[in-house]
Structures are given as C-alpha cells and as structure tokens.
Design a protein around this ligand. Structure first.
Ligand code: GRF
Length: 196
C-alpha cells in the first residue's frame, strides 16, 4: 500500500530534504513524497528539483485575492491526490478552501512547544521569554495559527549564549527526526489524525 505525501515549504527546505532522504532509505514506511509546493521562490524549490521531485509554485501575487490563492493552492495539491500534506516551514496560513479539502490530512511542524510561542517568531519569542527549554511540535492544521491538535513534541534545552540562529538549528535537528517519525507513524497507521 502506498501513501503519498505533498510537502509545502517556503524556506531552505531542510525539513523537506530530510523527509525525501528518509523516504529513500525506507524510514517513512509506505510513505513517499509526491511533490513539493512553494509560495515564493526559495531554496526549497531548487532542492526538490535537484532531488528529482515534482514541484509546483503557487505565488499569491499571481492571484487577485487571498481566497483565490487559497483555492489555487488546493487545486495544485489536489493534482497529486495526497494522503497527507506536510507544511514544513510553509510561512503562510492555509485558508478555508484548502482546509475544507485537506484539513483532515494536513499537518504542520512548528519550532516551539505549543501552545507556547505560536506564530512566525517562535524561536525568538522563546529566547525573549527567558525559558530554559523549548522544542518543536507536530500538529494537525486547523483554521488558527499553530492551534491544531498536537501529534508529537520534542524538547530542546536552551544553552547559555544561544542566539536565535543557533537555537533554531538545534531545534531543527529534532524537528527533522520528529517529522520523519510522525510521517512514518501516520503512513503505517500507528498515529491517527483526529477526525480520520
Ligand atoms: C522549521 O523550523 C519550521 O518549523 C519553521 O521553519 C523552519 C523550516 O526550516 N516554520 P527549513 O526551511 O525546512 O530548513
């Protein structure tokens, strides 16, 4: 039984790359990557092309409104009929049309221990708050910002002298491992998304 995954990204794509490599060595169970989609020109797009993955770009500037972009994204993803959509560093909130179609099968990974530090500056916010431990969370996507049901978490201690960059890199090491584990678990059926 195959299990097809579409990844959405906006940045360097190191999480997506870790998933591609994990799938190649059989570490994601029956899950294989069908495509990577982006919302802006970014290194993730080049990485996926180099890896020989199908890619698609859905840029907001090409649509008259946010709602149209949302529908355009849903359409582009639907081409691949995915069992799972992974938002891995996709820096845009998924809208109602997308969630109506894929909300039961879309997960996000976030660089903080939700519900603490939601939003685009989670690592900076954790440092500013002076906590001693932060981490990463995989969760199902809902209409809020980083608010959906939590699937998995990993803790990462904050070290003396950490900057946003050094801390984020250490979080991403755990985030990649967590994401591979979650995708494998979902594909094998040992993890179930609420509502599926
Ligand atoms: C991850 O920490 C993700 O949670 C956040 O952006 C980072 C993506 O990293 N939203 P990369 O682009 O996959 O390297």
């Amino acid at each position: 039984m195959s299990y097809s995954v579409v990844v959405l990204a906006s940045g360097t794509g190191s999480l997506a790359q870790a998933l591609i490599e994990a799938a190649q060595r059989g570490a994601t169970g029956p899950a294989s990557l069908a495509a990577l989609g982006v919302d802006r020109p970014c290194p993730a797009l080049d990485m996926a092309k180099t890896a020989g993955l199908a890619t698609f770009a859905v840029y907001p500037a090409d649509f008259p409104s946010r709602a149209d972009w949302d529908q355009g994204l849903a359409k582009a993803v639907a081409v691949f009929q995915p069992d799972l959509v992974v938002s891995a560093g996709f820096m845009r909130v998924l809208g109602p049309a997308f969630l109506e179609r894929f909300g039961d099968r879309t997960i996000n990974t976030h660089p903080a221990l939700l519900p603490n530090f939601p939003g685009a500056h989670a690592v900076r916010d954790a440092l500013a708050a002076g906590v001693t431990t932060t981490g990463c969370t995989a969760h199902q996507v809902d209409a809020g910002v980083d608010t959906g049901p939590i699937i998995a978490q990993r803790a990462v201690p904050i070290e003396k002298g950490d900057t946003e960059a050094t801390l984020h890199e250490r979080i991403k090491v755990q985030e990649r491992l967590m994401l591979i584990e979650v995708v494998a678990g979902l594909a094998c059926g040992t993890i179930r998304l609420p509502g599926r």
